[in-house]
Design a protein around this ligand. Structure first.
Ligand code: MRU
Length: 366
């Protein structure tokens, strides 16, 4: 087994527990110090796992929601379709309240609900089996989708090769294996480079720490360095220095929801990186599975932005509160990068460029 395969094996974010009687996830809130899997059995446990970012990253949230729906539907003790469908609706409605921004959550829940609705007239036991298969398909499709994104991203990296220096890549938050079925989105180009035989030091990935929840420091730097890729960590406010020094040739980031016009919601701080990249003339790419492109949302202004607990900013990583008690705290989990700052959106179906709405439609997204 290669080092990369071992990484993917160890870091499978969501899988079934024994006998498919639970959903088994890595508790990402404990990384990188502790790599621990936990088994979730109840709707409340699954809701809390998404809310508290034990499982996180847009595609992984979608996969989790699908596994949760399948498991909870299998726990419903009835053969009556009408009772079954009502209880399933209650489950999907409840899970949908866990986090508002990543559209993959709603996309996956809608897909599970649609299967239930379209199975009217079939035995409930059969529908339960179909839901398990559907959840597994969502996960398997994500692996292919991210691989396709990775191949396109890898071709961009290949264009930069041969310049007699390592390729400097900046990324923000974690859009890696931990956030998806396998390859990640923003990490997929680098993982594909390894699969294509590049040595890990042909690239140098600079990971923004990603305040306040430190997904870059705790997760991205962890998984990329374990894969053998040359990895550095910097505080979010240091990205401009790296760019000014010519250390960054390109930026890859993930996304939680891309609006029809290309405006992109991603982890707070992404917009700052995009503005910097524009200033320094560095290409800025968003890596987007088609499940994250929301053609029903017209512009970034229509994307709901999650506001999180102020304590994440003031206290979470400190021994004591790091600001005076009376200070108000602003803690949006995401920001929106204007489409004008984005060089390209790498989807599983192809590379999209401005005007993005036309580019998405040309790829068959609707
Ligand atoms: O709050 P998080 O950790 O779920 O935010 C994650 C991100 O912003 C990722 O960049 C995004 O979901 C893409 S994951 C492939």
């Amino acid at each position: 087994m290669t080092r990369l395969d071992a990484l993917f094996d160890d870091l499978t974010t969501v899988k079934w527990g024994p006998g498919k009687k639970s959903v088994d996830i890595i508790d990402q809130s404990l990384l990188p110090g502790t790599l621990k899997r936990i088994q979730l059995h109840t709707a409340e446990e699954m809701w809390e796992a998404i809310k508290k970012l034990k499982v996180r990253g847009a595609p992984a949230i979608g996969i989790m929601a699908a596994f949760a729906t399948a498991l909870l539907a299998n726990q419903i003790a009835t053969e009556d379709y009408e009772i079954f469908v009502k209880q399933c609706q209650a489950i999907t409605t409840y899970l949908a309240t866990s986090r508002p921004t990543a559209v993959n959550l709603f996309w996956a829940l809608d897909r599970m609900q649609k299967l239930i609705d379209e199975s009217r007239g079939q035995p409930v036991s059969l529908i339960k089996d179909k839901l398990v298969l559907e959840a597994e398909s969502i996960q398997a499709e994500d692996i292919t989708i991210c691989r396709n994104i990775g191949e396109i991203g890898f071709s961009l990296l290949s264009e930069l090769k041969g310049q007699d220096r390592e390729i400097g890549i900046l990324t923000h938050c974690n859009a890696g294996t931990l956030a998806t079925g396998k390859y990640g989105t923003a990490t997929a180009p680098m993982y594909m480079a390894l699969e294509h035989g590049w040595p890990g030091d042909a690239m140098h990935v600079y990971c923004d720490e990603t305040r306040p929840l430190l997904q870059g420091a705790r997760l991205t730097a962890f998984e990329l360095s374990r894969a053998g890729i040359q990895t550095s960590l910097q505080c979010d406010n240091m990205a401009a220095v790296l760019m000014a020094q010519g250390k960054i040739q390109l930026v890859f980031v993930g996304c939680d929801r891309v609006a029809r016009n290309g405006d992109t919601a991603n982890k707070i701080g992404t917009n700052t990186v995009a503005i910097l990249a524009k200033h320094y003339g560095i290409p800025f790419y968003v890596c987007a599975p088609s499940s994250t492109i929301d053609m029903a949302t017209l512009t970034g202004a229509d994307i709901p932005i999650e506001m999180r607990d102020p304590q994440e900013v003031s206290d979470m990583w400190y021994r004591e509160r790091m600001t005076a008690e009376q200070v108000n705290i602003f803690n949006p989990a995401f920001d929106v990068t204007d489409h004008s700052l984005i060089t390209g959106i790498i989807t599983d179906k192809g590379l999209c460029q401005a005007p993005f709405d036309k580019s998405f439609l040309a790829l068959g997204l609707s």
